[in-house]
Design a protein around this ligand. Structure first.
Ligand code: GAR
Length: 190
């Protein structure tokens, strides 16, 4: 097996997808190591979890400063760990076009809808309101367009009678945890 690729994860909150990616990276045939978990939210629970696992973490807030400064700081942290691929895992901030350009083709995101449906927020409420019978999640390459880059993997779940946005989100999240590591692995095998 070739040398493992160096993946950096950006998150803003809970970090359950990050945990799934880390767990998969610890399997014997994994194609990657998670070498840093960074966040725009110093208080993100996901950061504390990663730290507890002995993973390098980094946090800096974008508040009250130019976005370019904030992103440059995050990028220094990633480059300092020689990150090759960035996985966004619940990173609730739009990356600037300049950042995306510098990392083109090397940033993945997971989004809780069957893209191109329901870009942006409140995906589960919108799927239920539309009367959809299926929902899901997508892993896609990040481009300048919000949730608009090429989709590289999807997982589908049924929307059940009586589902609320929360019950649906929980079912989709379970599917995300299987989807993201598999999609990243496939991406790295190209
Ligand atoms: C996940 O459902 C992910 O798909 C979504 O946020 C949640 C993060 O959960 N991402 C987005 O909405 C990105 N626009 P997690 O922190 O437990 O992985």
């Amino acid at each position: 097996m070739a040398e493992r690729r160096r993946v950096g994860i950006l998150l803003s909150g809970r970090g359950s997808n990050m945990q799934a990616l880390v767990a998969a990276s610890r399997l014997p045939d994994a194609r990657y190591d998670v070498v840093i978990v960074a966040s725009d939210k110093p208080e993100a629970p996901g950061l504390a979890w990663a730290e507890g696992e002995g993973i390098v973490t980094y946090a800096t807030s974008p508040k009250g400063r130019p976005k370019a400064d904030y992103e440059a700081e995050i990028e220094r942290a990633l480059r300092g760990m020689r990150v090759e691929v960035i996985a966004l895992a619940g990173y609730m901030r739009l990356l600037s076009p300049a950042f995306v350009e510098r990392w083109r083709g090397r940033i993945l995101n997971i989004h809780p809808s069957l893209l191109p449906k329901y870009k942006g927020l409140d995906t589960h409420a919108r799927a239920i309101a539309a009367g959809d019978s299926v929902a899901g999640a997508s892993v896609h390459l990040v481009t300048e367009e919000l949730d608009g880059g090429p989709v590289i993997g999807q997982a589908q779940v049924d929307i059940l009678p009586g589902d609320t946005p929360d019950t649906l989100a929980a079912r989709v999240l379970d599917a995300e945890h299987a989807l993201y590591p598999a999609a990243l692995d496939r991406f790295l095998s190209r």
